[in-house]
Design a protein. Structure first.
Length: 76
């Protein structure tokens, strides 16, 4: 049995428990969250991951099939 945990939900759970225990931490947790989201938005951490994944496994470009209409039959 394998358990996969993402970092975001674990950090959110931990922050929520800390806020319930010490409500004054809410200001600091929100400030740190906003700073991190701002830095990720400015420096594009998510975009860098997408580029690295695209470079690791390049896919050929997708082309649409060409369409040629069927000839129109004329009555004899």
């Amino acid at each position: 049995m394998t358990i996969n945990l993402a970092l975001g939900p674990v950090v959110s759970l931990f922050a929520g428990i800390l806020i319930l225990i010490v409500p004054r931490l809410l200001n600091y947790i929100v400030a740190i969250y906003l700073i991190l989201i701002g830095l990720i938005g400015i420096f594009g951490w998510g975009q860098m991951h997408a580029r690295a994944a695209a470079m690791a496994a390049p896919n050929p470009p997708v082309t649409a099939p060409s369409y040629t209409p069927a000839p129109i039959a004329t009555p004899v």
